[in-house]
Design a binder for this molecule. Sequence first.
Ligand SMILES: Nc1ncnc2c1ncn2[C@@H]1O[C@H](COP(=O)(O)OP(=O)(O)OP(=O)(O)O)[C@@H](O)[C@H]1O
Length: 306
Amino acid sequence: MGISIRVRGLHKEFGDVAAVRGLDLEVRTGECFGLLGPNGAGKTTTLEILEGLQTATRGEVEVLGRTWEKAGNALRERIGVVLQENLLSDKLTVRETLELFRSFYSQGPDTEELLALLQLTDKSDSWVVRLSGGQRQRLSIACSLAGDPELIFMDEPTTGLDPQSRRALWQLISAFRARGRTVVFTTHYMDEAEQLCDRVAVVDKGQVIAVGTPAELVASLGGEHVVELTTQPALGPPDFESVAGVTAARTTLTGRLALSVSRPHLALPSILARIAERGAELSGLTTRNATLEDVFVSLTGRNLRD
Ligand SMILES: Nc1ncnc2c1ncn2[C@@H]1O[C@H](COP(=O)(O)OP(=O)(O)OP(=O)(O)O)[C@@H](O)[C@H]1O
C-alpha cells in the first residue's frame, strides 16, 4: 500500500506559541485517518500545513509524494479541503457556488452529480445565506469534491451537525474511501473516530503521542472494559490500584471512579471485597467498553475536554 502523506519533525511556531512541536505522521493511501486531540493540540495547524495553506517553521512534509514548494499547483488539483469554518459566499446560489468551485479544476464530476450526491438538488437555486447549518456543511463538502480529489482533508466536518446529517456524512466518507481514496480528518468525537477511522493519531501539545487502529489503541490500555463506580464514603484511585484484575484507576470528570479491567466478571468480586475492606458502601456501578477517550486519559492524565 502506498503512502499518501509523510510528515517528519514538523514544527510550527506563531511568535512565542509553539503550535506543532516535532510531529511525525504517515497516512497510507486508501485509509480513513483521524487526528484526535483536545482543543489547541495543533490539529488544525497540522492540517493547514498539509493542505498548503500554511508553511511549516521546519520539518518535512510530503503529500501524494510531492512537496508544496515544488508542486503546489499540481497538488491543489489532486486534493479536496473542508475547512473548519466554511467560507462560502452568501450571495451565490448553491449551483453557482458549485460551478465556481468546479471551474477551479481541469476535471471532475458535473454539478448535477455533486448536487445529487450531497442531497442538495432541491436547494440548487437557493441562496447560500438561506441554507441550514447542515446544508451549508454539505455544500462545503460538495465543493471539496469538485475536482474529484484523490485525497480529502476535513477539519471537524461534523461539528454542529444534527445526528442525521452526521450519519449521512459518515456514509459519504465511507463511500469515498471505498473507492480507494484517502481521507484525513480531525474530530473531537470519540465515536466518530472509532467508527470511521482505519487508524487514528492521538495528538497532544503539538505531537503525535499514539497511533494505531482504534482497537489497537484501546487494547494498549491493558483492560478493554471500564468499571465505573461510586461509594459512600468516597474512595480514591489509590484504594484500587492493587486490586487483582484492575490495570488502572482514575477519577472521572463527574467524580466517579473508573477502573480499567480486562475481564469484569473476574475483577468485580475483588473490587467489591476492597470496598468492604475500606468500610465503604457501593452507591452506583456500571460497566462499559473502553474508548479512545480512556486511551487519551491514560496517556496524558487529562480528559480530552479539560
Ligand atoms: N494564527 C495563529 N496565531 C497565533 N497562534 C495560533 C495561530 N493558529 C493557532 N495558534 C495556536 O496554536 C495552538 C494550536 O492551535 P490549533 O488550532 O492547531 O489546535 P487544534 O488542535 O486544531 O484545536 P481546536 O480543536 O480547538 O481547533 C493553539 O495554542 C492556538 O492558539
